[in-house]
Design a protein around this ligand. Structure first.
Ligand code: ZN
Length: 254
């Protein structure tokens, strides 16, 4: 990370406007690095996006202090540990935000198995691709907020692996969380809301989601959602049951 590679690089990035703070109602709470051009190849589609990496300042400050200590002790090997303990969320911008009047926005929860491995136990991988495609095809363009701490609806990858084993023993995706004594959904959307507020300048937008509760949740942070756009992914033989549970138990519109 920039902060503990070399403090002079940090200063240079700030001066270039590539490292900046995003205020949450007046208090600087998020640091962002970007824009970083990222050419995406999704299937046949080539899409150019602007990437912003973002992190909570409270986490960053702790890491910076620890990094200064390590630097003094020449503890180079511990730097990898620092990097992995920080949740870095991403913003992918498509199109020109200056011309937005009512863009299309997606908040995507990270899913290692679906997004990276291409697992068909959920619909996250195809949903991510479909979301970027829909935003790219939209005449307004828009943005995707990728929430890295949302793995397994907030319980993390380790617990998610355990829930998969319980599911294979006959429990559905929500029962499995309860068996482990974990909440159904522990995702925190406050950072996503702050990022949308910043990049959207507080203006209206359409939300790409099948989950009407997400709209209510974001509106709770003072955001102006003018409508919901569905994101349809074909059910396959492995995720049919998972999608049915989402529909019947969580009110998703599929
Ligand atoms: Zn998934």
């Amino acid at each position: 990370m920039f902060t503990y590679i070399d403090p002079s690089v940090r200063q240079r990035l700030i001066e270039a406007g590539k490292l900046f703070r995003i205020d949450r109602d007046g208090a600087g709470t998020i640091s962002a690095l970007g824009p970083i051009p990222l050419p995406l190849q999704l299937g046949e589609q080539h899409i150019d996006v602007q990437w912003y990496a973002t992190v909570r300042n409270t986490e960053l400050t702790k890491i910076e202090d620890f990094a200064a200590e390590l630097r003094a002790k020449h503890g180079q090997q511990s730097f990898a540990e620092l990097a992995s303990s920080m949740a870095v969320n991403s913003v992918l911008l498509v199109g020109n935000l200056e011309s937005w009047t009512n863009p299309l926005i997606r908040v995507h929860s990270s899913c290692m198995t679906g997004d990276v491995f291409g697992s068909q136990r959920c619909e996250c991988g195809p949903q991510f691709q479909s979301a970027i495609n829909l935003i790219n095809q939209d005449e307004q363009g828009g943005m995707l907020v990728y929430m890295s701490g949302h793995e397994g609806r907030g319980i993390g990858l380790w617990a998610k692996a355990a829930t998969y084993l319980l599911q294979d023993g006959g429990e559905d995706t929500y029962q499995a969380n309860r068996t482990l004594g974990l909440p159904d959904d522990s995702r925190d959307f406050s950072d996503a809301a702050s990022l949308i507020k910043y990049f959207r300048g507080g203006g209206p937008f359409r939300l790409l989601t099948n989950n009407p509760k997400k709209i209510v949740g974001l509106e709770g942070y003072g955001l102006e959602v003018t409508g919901r756009e569905p994101i349809q992914v074909k059910p396959g033989e492995f995720n049919e049951e998972y999608l049915a549970t989402k529909r019947t138990k969580l009110g998703h519109i599929l």
